[in-house]
Write a protein of this length. Structure first.
Length: 270
């Protein structure tokens, strides 16, 4: 028989699926900031935050909500090379496909954009933009100078670098929107809603306030870490449910299991 924990575990498989989008205080704030920035005469918008703070899902949400009102495009991962990237841009702008073996004439593309000014307004979202090199970024900036194409550049911030301090983000063309790890409240809502969406009411109720606090402490409110943690907790529950049911109770999650998950994920050490 399928353990009830198996379904709970599946809820926390990491994915960027819009059907699973949850309105949280932090995501709503960032969403509104982005939407507001889009409507300003800006050229570049920087969306940044640590890995796993929800940048990709937010961009997907924005795309989904605006796609019928605006010309908006989402580029998920950077192209393998510059040539391929400009082929993609060319297609978005001209709605034509260039033959494989031709190079995009960059200055012609810039002129094309200048001519579009006032006629079309295109928004291009570049996810994972930390993978674009400085030269590419410079060209992207040149395209945005036309004011016909606006870029939302999403980057993840790592422990050791202060992105905003980097040279090309210093100029005033940038507007910055930052995503943070979740507060305890947002993380609790996130876990609850994810489970409730799959009708796992009993399991949702079995996670008590002190459990949420502990999970938040270990994961620091990072959504990806939270997914891993919840997955592991339910994996352990599933194991007991199948093999040693006497050790588990359906009405609450023992602290011990959360600690075992934390140990397995390396948040704590023996
Ligand atoms: N508001 C939200 N609603 C539903 N799921 C969310 C939300 N925010 C984050 N998540 C989930 O958290 C996980 C991490 O989010 P996402 O992949 O968007 O992060 P990211 O900031 O793009 O990370 P990276 O920098 O590594 O690309 C995903 O499984 C995503 O579905
Ligand atoms: Mg991402």
């Amino acid at each position: 028989m399928k353990s009830r924990y198996e379904s709970a575990k599946e809820v926390f498989v990491d994915s960027v699926d819009l059907d699973d989008y949850i309105e949280l205080e932090s995501s709503l704030t960032a969403y509104q900031q982005l939407e507001h920035s889009i409507n300003k005469p800006l050229k570049m918008i920087l969306l940044f935050g640590r890995p796993g703070t929800g940048k990709s899902i937010l961009l997907n949400r924005l795309h989904d909500r605006l796609k019928y009102q605006k010309e908006i495009y989402y580029f998920d991962t950077p192209a393998i090379n510059e040539k391929e990237f400009f082929h993609k841009i060319f297609k978005v702008l001209t709605k034509k496909t260039l033959p494989q073996n031709t190079e995009v004439n960059f200055s012609a593309l810039v002129n094309y954009c200048k001519n579009m000014r006032g006629k079309r307004e295109i928004i291009i979202m570049l996810d994972e933009a930390q993978m674009y090199g400085p030269e590419m970024m410079e060209k992207i900036r040149l395209l945005s100078d036309s004011r016909a194409v606006k870029f939302i550049v999403s980057l993840h911030k790592t422990e050791d670098e202060d992105l905003v301090a980097k040279e090309h983000f210093q100029s005033r063309i940038w507007e910055v929107v930052e995503l943070h790890n979740a507060s305890l409240k947002d993380q609790t809502t996130y876990i609850h809603k994810k489970l409730l969406k799959k009708n796992l009411f009993e399991i949702a109720n079995s996670i008590k306030e002190k459990n949420f606090k502990l999970i938040h402490k270990f994961t620091k409110g990072n959504y990806r870490e939270c997914n891993k943690m919840m997955f592991t907790i339910f994996e352990i529950c599933e194991y007991y449910d199948k093999n040693e049911p006497a050790k588990i109770r359906y009405d609450r999650i023992p602290k011990r299991i959360i600690e075992m998950a934390a140990l397995k994920l390396g948040y704590i050490h023996v």
